[in-house]
Design a protein around this ligand. Sequence first.
Ligand SMILES: Cc1ncc(COP(=O)(O)O)c(C=O)c1O
Length: 393
Amino acid sequence: MSFAQEIVCSRCRKRFPLSELLNLCPCGSPLLVRYDLEKAKTAFAKSALAGRVASLWRYRELLPLQDEANLISLGEGYTPLLDAKRLGAELGLQQLWIKDEAQNPTGSFKDRGLSLAISRAKEFGVRKAAIPSAGNAGGSFAAYAARAGIEAHVFMPRDTPAANQIEVAQYGAKLTLVDGLINDCGRIIAERKAAEGWFDVSTLKEPYRVEGKKTMGYEIAEQLNWRLPDVIIYPTGGGTGLIGMWKAFGELEEMGWIGSARPRMVSVQASGCAPIVKAFADNKASAEPWPNAQTVASGLRVPQAVADFLMLQILRESGGTALSVSDDEMLAEIPRVGKAEGIFFCPEGAACVAALRGLVANGWIKPDEEVIIFNTASGLKYLDVIQRNLAEN
Ligand SMILES: Cc1ncc(COP(=O)(O)O)c(C=O)c1O
């Protein structure tokens, strides 16, 4: 069923068997799944996808699940790539697409990673798991853990949007609100996990969430009939989506499903928390922790990411860039894109629109270039944030 072969460290290249339940490499870096793509090249054809399930599991040969009996799915992935004609025209672009991740089961793209991570956790017989979350991952984790019968513990900053807090409890998970940020939540889990018997599902601190997120890359290629756009703009926190999509493009090329052309990858962050933007501008290989991180885009409130070096490599290798936008800029885009396209964007997705506006205005993106932006979650998850903003302005 799967061409997954082994697990390899993204930094020191140490190799591990697929049969081992893993978190980080002993060197402290993220672990990634490697596939036998030579074999896949001959044994798996694009045409096999026709008529398959409209979820990310249509790519099951390129995912690490070993036994289908362990598959935990709510129908995640295979979200539409919507032709944004009106927004594109307003911005002066001939071809703009919106990858609408709000249409995932719990309303965000986090479902992709958590379907994979929880399915694999089930495969290993994990009984209890814990996650630090900036918001959407917590709700998604709680949903998939419920479906798998795994006891779930979610740690979130106290000021996470209400929807994220409420949904965690409705899926039967234990929610702990922390006076701090996602990194503080992660630290608490690291301290308690041995005594509590929790498996740590922090992003990129186990090898499988990124495998789920990489399917955004497969889908873009498939939805564009096996070619890629000129530019992809992605709201970046932990960077799992960016890293996953880049991995997907490499895998597709190795299988001969796409050529060597790659999009310029653009990382968008909030001006109140922009460690990757700063490291990119300073030409650094890794990022400094961002002090006093603040933004209404809770998914972007990630002051330090374990895979910072991978994101920076990808941005440079792709000829991309990194830029930040203010909370006011992103919030102003939500009703604009709502009116133009009928899609209720989350602040993180709206940050992509604000960034795109700037990149077209300064000529970094040309009118005839094909661009994809991501709406990573539904605006419905941020009603309190948006209402507060309306009241203040
Ligand atoms: C809505 C939303 N967009 C973007 C992100 C950042 O995603 P990534 O960790 O893949 O960089 C998050 C993460 O919490 C999120 O919830």
